[in-house]
Design a protein around this ligand. Sequence first.
Ligand code: ADP
Ligand code: 5GP
Length: 190
Amino acid sequence: MKKSIIFSAPSGSGKTTVVNHLLKVLGDKLSFSISATTRKPRPNETHGKEYYFLEAEDFKQKAKNGEFLEFEEVYAGILYGTMWSEVHRIWDSNRAVIFDVDVKGGLNLKREFGDQALAIFLRPPSVEVLMERLTNRSTEVEHQLKERLAKANFELSFENQYDVVVINDNLEETLATCEKLVLDFINSPA
Ligand code: ADP
Ligand code: 5GP
């Protein structure tokens, strides 16, 4: 089985929440592709868990070596990338890979994997709700918050290129919907 699940959405839509839930309930079938980034860790983040936190030099060298399946400058001066080594590690353990990537990265992965990947776009009920959630999460300073919100409308315009769009309004419903989508996809004939 070499399947993948791709989650994309504007920052603050709930990807991390949904992906963590899926890993908790379907951990024997799924594993998270830990991306590399040049962003600094947040207080609750650990190297090798949420991300591999790299210096820009190191990231660029890895890119030159062809170690990334895709990478993007998602925010000004901050690079994020998916490593081939992660994908192979997970497939070798007979699990499906779950990706949390930005919209461009998500579509690149879908292009790479075709029918072997399910691309899910998680949408907030409105930009106002997105703003509220991002502000409440309190992980970004003002200018970063503005940058993320400014990018949201652009990202929302990509939703119809995804296999499925899930509106994350009521969290319990979203988790149940995503669980079913992922299980049906994993259990479908390869
Ligand atoms: P992302 O990974 O897409 O940036 P997060 O999973 O960090 O988003 O979610 C952003 C914030 O919104 C978090 O504080 C999370 O607890 C909250 N959140 C996620 N889904 C919902 C929901 N359906 N209703 C209310 N708050 C939510
Ligand atoms: P954050 O800084 O909030 O963790 O993530 C910022 C954005 O970068 C999110 O939209 C997230 O999905 C995206 N992202 C994380 N890892 C990757 C990656 O490997 N590739 C791409 N293209 N985007 C990523």
